[in-house]
Design a protein around this ligand. Structure first.
Ligand SMILES: *Cc1c(COP(=O)(O)O)cnc(C)c1O
Length: 353
């Protein structure tokens, strides 16, 4: 199979094999990863190695803490403003698609939202990068890669305001100066592991930011103090993430992930642009290296194309439910061969139709 799923999505084969082994017998201890206590040394070592690997791969300085939390990126849409935004304070948000809009909605439950940049006017086919953040904003929130719309920030805005980024769909896919961000979050199921765990990277200096009375389980500081073991963490998902992080490091780290992502996406976009039956509406400089969103000039051909994909073992090519069209996701674990295979198929399909 060629797995172009947008999430949950492809994982490295060796990570799957190691996971399968650990479900039966974790580290030859005679027990499954699913049946050991989260406060045993066995699991504490897993958690500590995973947190340390995040710091190492992202080259984070000593001000940062790494947490593995429950609830998906969607919970971060509310946990971020709950911890950082006072009732009478204002946060700046970029509105570049489905996920950013949801984050905006949640933030407005806790404080004021100033949408400083939106690309809604052109159906989210570009990133509006021409904006300034007012001095009074507590933080600026953006989505580094718009999974649904197929845009990606290739250069981040420069501002003195702390930046919060939802990196769910391009985490660990490229070299960035991560120390420029005050808070980064990412659901694991796109580029980092199995569903059920969310990575939160936080610069301790931005806490505490509110006078709000925060429920204990929602308070970042409590999770930091507890070493990301405040309550039972999603042990299985954390373990799969650890295996994926080890794989990324072994392959050569973020520089290699970036090189591969650029190779794969340039082949795909080049093919789309060359073949008149396909068209990608996304402004070239903002195109995502993770999720390519494109359409067929003749919509009637789409189902035929999707069927041909299926017959050839290519899955996950259909666009997001509200978007229609096509989407090919090219996360870290997707081999270049899969992109070669689908671009060959696209050329063949174009010849025949
Ligand atoms: C998938 C996705 C989400 C939602 O993640 P959940 O883990 O399902 O809550 C949020 N933001 C982005 C950018 C995503 O791609």
């Amino acid at each position: 199979m060629h797995n172009f799923n947008s999430g949950p999505s492809i994982l490295p084969q060796e990570v799957l094999a190691q996971t399968a082994n650990a479900v039966i017998d974790f580290n030859n201890i005679g027990l499954s990863i699913l049946e050991i206590g989260h406060r045993t040394n066995w699991f504490v070592d897993v958690m500590e190695e995973a947190r340390a690997l995040v710091k190492e791969l992202m080259q984070l300085n000593e001000h940062y803490e790494v947490l593995f939390l429950h609830g998906g990126a969607t919970t971060q849409f509310m946990q971020v403003p709950m911890n950082l935004l006072d009732n009478n304070a204002t946060a700046a948000y970029c509105d570049n698609g489905v996920w950013g809009s949801k984050a905006i909605k949640e933030a407005s439950v806790f404080g004021h939202v100033n949408v400083v940049a939106s690309s809604k006017d052109k159906n989210y086919t570009y990133l509006n990068k021409n904006f300034t953040v007012p001095q009074d904003c507590t933080y600026l929130h953006l989505t580094s890669n718009n999974t649904v719309e197929g845009t990606q920030w290739h250069q981040f805005p420069t501002t003195n305001t702390p930046i919060v980024a939802d990196m769910s769909s391009d985490i660990f896919s490229r070299e960035i100066n991560f120390n420029l961000f005050s808070l980064i979050y990412a659901g694991a199921q796109k580029n980092m592991g199995a569903a059920g765990v969310t990575l939160v990277v936080i610069n301790k200096n931005i806490l505490p930011k509110t006078n709000r009375n925060i429920p204990a389980i929602m308070n970042y500081q409590n999770h930091i103090d507890a070493g990301s073991l405040l309550n039972t963490p999603p042990v299985f998902a954390v373990y799969v993430t650890l295996l994926t992080l080890r794989w990324i490091k072994k392959e050569g780290g973020l520089a290699i992930m970036q090189k591969r992502a650029e190779q794969k996406s340039s082949l795909l976009y080049q093919t789309i642009d060359e073949l008149p039956i396909f068209h990608c509406p996304i402004q070239k400089e903002d195109r995502s290296n993770m999720n390519a969103v494109f359409y067929m000039q003749d919509e009637n051909l789409q189902n035929l194309f999707l069927n041909v994909c299926k017959e050839n073992g290519m899955i996950g090519v259909k666009g997001y439910r509200t978007m229609g069209g096509l989407r090919i996701s090219m996360y870290n674990a997707l081999p270049l061969e899969s992109v070669v295979a689908i671009t060959d198929l696209m050329k063949d399909f174009a010849n025949k139709n």
